[in-house]
Design a protein around this ligand. Sequence first.
Ligand code: URP
Ligand code: ZN
Ligand code: ZN
Length: 465
Amino acid sequence: MRTLITNGTIVTAEGSYVADVLIDGETIAQIGRDPAAATVTVDETIDATGKYVVPGGIDAHTHMELPFGGTYAKDTFESGSRAAAFGGTTTIIDFAVQGKGQSLREGLDAWMARAEGNTVADYGFHMIMSDVNDATLAEMDTLVAEGVPDFKLFTAYPGVFYSDDGAILRAMQQTARNGGLIMMHAENGMAIDVVAAQTFAAGTTDPIGHGRARMAVFEGEATNRVIRLAEAAGAPVYIVHLSAREALAEVRAARDRGSRVFAETCPQYLFLSLDDLGNGFEGAKFVCSPPLRPRDHWEDLWNGLIKDDLQLVATDHCPFDFHGQKELGRGDFRKIPNGLPGVEDRVDLLHDGGVIGGRISKERWVEIISTAPARMFGLYPRKGAVAVGSDADLLIYDPNRKRTISAAGHHMDVDYSCYEGRVVQGASDIVMSRGSVIVRNGEFTGRKGNGRYLKRAAADHARLS
Ligand code: URP
Ligand code: ZN
Ligand code: ZN
């Protein structure tokens, strides 16, 4: 199958220019004005005049089917990857979970089985480590060699995913040796549990208690601590879902002193705020960890993206229905499953708030939604690029089309939207995964099982800025 995309504006992290793109099979074969492609027989020609041609989005932080708080994140690999595709994301990197007492392999195999044959576009895995011991440390080396080079640990959620400082240091020492990357959920979970119990005892049972207990200072403290542990180990570290200026200050200070510290933020921390947690139990729709912060954190985080102290934006997609799932925490905010839906909205929200909002260039937009995650997680230039030889994961993106985000029209398997009624400018007309059109003008044309598992290389983090 050959496809020719004509006259689009190719937008990459490096620059923009008008050119034609010839796709042969699953990859990009030629790029140029009037390439020799003009003489080649093609199966389809797509006129992209007035549109952008950009690399498909890469969401480096999703949780399909994650067990949490006595229930499961509702999107399956099928429904979640399909929703991602509608929103212009053609690669997800999900988190396989090592259950307590299991080997890493058992956890990875279980997540592989959930994804295989079900995912509509390509996918990879990071590994959540629940136990750090001699056996799992040794397994880390095997996983790095096999294409799962990143490991998430938590200073949050005592009794569930929590690791103490010694365990974190040992895991970091291991990645210093094997080239992997530790990803940290950095909130002081012990301190949070104390304040959450006090908040509840004082009579606050509604979701706002979640936001009040998980203080920004606890995120700043834990971020500093894990960065210092990484420095001691001589390992790079990546902070996931950074939400607060206190944490950003720690990342910036570490980068300024030359440490290999990287961080992502999420759309919810750029567009939603603590106010959303305040509307009685409705606020449960917005319960995630770290929590939404006061809105005066937004511009600090945008500045972090502008100055590259934050390298990318991922969603932390972890959807629970309001009815039946979030409701598990009626009367006690500590029992509300943590997580928000978002995999479908990231690309357009960032185009609207970032590019149309005048905060970042369209090239930086492409970088934070696609190129930077590809580089950070060992997929570049196969993904994250519009280049000869790269996978033809492409968006034909209309930067002028407006749409209204609503649960009534979204494709995530969840009964509400965090962005209900918000109008965004910018939308994907066509979404391609390895040369096949999987979404065209709002219709799904892909296929369950079309997604391939991505073995990822350990990135050379010394060479990332
Ligand atoms: O609230 C969140 N973030 N839920 C998903 C699990 C995690 O900590 O990433
Ligand atoms: Zn987390
Ligand atoms: Zn997460």
